[in-house]
Design a binder for this molecule. Structure first.
Ligand SMILES: *Cc1c(COP(=O)(O)O)cnc(C)c1O
Length: 385
């Protein structure tokens, strides 16, 4: 089965472009809210780095999610999209002074801090403004995730976070500084995680850390478990909405919250991946010595995941119902990695046919570049077409 696309509406648009199915996005947001709201303490943020298209952001803000930012630019994009600053958290291993100042000026909910030097800089910048910054410590839980090596973040060898063994030292350090207030613990173990056992392992680790803090009478306002829930790239039509029930229930069952504690989530991919497709046009069908190439006008400048992570995306010819043939689908960029898929079946393709590269809503448009002086792809929504 193919996805449904307004192919006639696409005809006049310059390709390649991103197309967002807003009904699916809103249904996904409804599913998140339906499951998360069963648990009083749960607060869901959207990880803006997955997709910052203004219309996508607006829909997410309208659904009431908070925002998880990793740069000053993202904080500004969220403020512009109407997210209340009381729902904005800011993480990142290398925050510049001007970015920290944007966070301070907007009185964001929390800075997720990754080192003592960073804590000291935030304290200094907050003091200069006569403010007290709320800070959480991002701890590296040394939990492996069963996902691609380039997108695991919670192992001791990764650059992210503070070692668990330093937890009490950094909390004590924050206690000595008068312009930061320690309010939470933050974790994020990686992305595209489909094995709930990985999240259970994180819960077990957090339970141990909380027991340790209890022994020192240290109270933590909130726990933030990051994001990472994966999507089904193989079956974007059949499984278009991730299993949010299994995800939130895992945390509800396994994580022992203390009275009054809130539990924060930062979902990115699971919110936006399935609603987006990269729409590209077939330029040429080239018969090589051993295979057929479907050469399209999108390249890794438009969608870099296949080149960067060997990521799989389902590809459909949305202009043809002819019997299938086998193709390598490749872009025009002068790099051998500019390949979207090898040896896949497509309805027989001709010059001019529109091709949909599915599940491209997360880490797609936002990672586009202008390499080869190519224009950035535009994003259109089903609301406007
Ligand atoms: C990237 C990131 C997320 C979102 O990850 P997804 O896999 O897209 O859900 C959440 N929190 C932090 C700190 C991140 O860096």
């Amino acid at each position: 089965m193919k996805g449904t696309f307004p192919v006639e509406r696409f005809a006049s648009l310059r390709t390649p472009f991103y197309y967002y199915n807003m009904d699916l996005l809103r249904a996904t947001l409804d599913a998140i809210n339906a499951e998360a709201r069963k648990h009083e303490a749960f607060v869901v943020h959207y990880a803006v780095k997955a997709n910052a298209n203004p219309q996508v952001l607006r829909a997410i803000r309208q659904a009431g999610l908070g925002a998880d930012c990793v740069s000053g630019g993202e904080i500004e994009a969220c403020v512009r999209a109407g997210f209340p600053s009381s729902k904005i958290v800011y993480a990142g291993v290398g925050k510049s002074d001007w970015e920290i100042n944007i966070g301070l000026d907007n009185d964001i909910f929390c800075f997720n801090v990754e080192s003592i030097p960073e804590l000291e800089v935030i304290n200094e910048l907050a003091a200069a403004k006569g403010k007290v910054a709320r800070v959480a410590f991002r701890l590296n839980p040394n939990v492996g995730a069963h996902t691609h090596a380039n997108i695991t973040t919670g192992l001791a060898e990764n650059k992210f976070g503070i070692a668990m063994s330093d937890m009490e030292t950094v909390i004590a350090e924050a206690g000595k500084l008068s312009n930061v207030k320690f309010v939470g613990l933050h974790f994020h173990i990686g992305s595209q995680i489909l094995d709930m056992g990985d999240f259970q392992a994180l819960c077990n680790r957090i339970n141990d850390l909380q027991d340790q803090l209890d022994r020192h009478y240290i109270h933590v306002e909130h726990i933030n478990v990051g994001g990472g829930l994966g999507v089904d790239y193989q079956h974007p039509n059949r499984l278009s909405i991730p299993d949010f029930k299994a995800y939130f229930d895992t945390y509800a069952r396994r994580l022992k919250l203390r009275p009054g504690q809130t539990l924060h989530f930062e979902l990115g991919r699971a919110v936006v991946a399935q609603c987006g497709s990269l729409i590209t046009r077939t330029l040429y069908i080239k018969k090589g010595a051993v295979k057929k190439f479907c050469i399209v006008d999108a390249g890794f400048t438009d969608l870099i995941r296949p080149a960067l992570y060997q990521a799989y995306h389902k590809i459909e010819n949305i202009s043809s119902d002819e019997p299938t043939d086998t193709y390598d689908v490749v872009g025009p960029i002068c790099e051998s990695t500019d390949v979207f898929a090898k040896q896949i079946d497509l309805n027989q393709a001709h010059r001019g046919d529109l091709i949909a590269i599915r599940s491209a809503g997360a880490y797609g448009e936002i990672m586009a570049s202008q390499y080869n002086c190519r224009p950035l792809p535009k994003g259109y929504t089903s609301d406007e077409l």
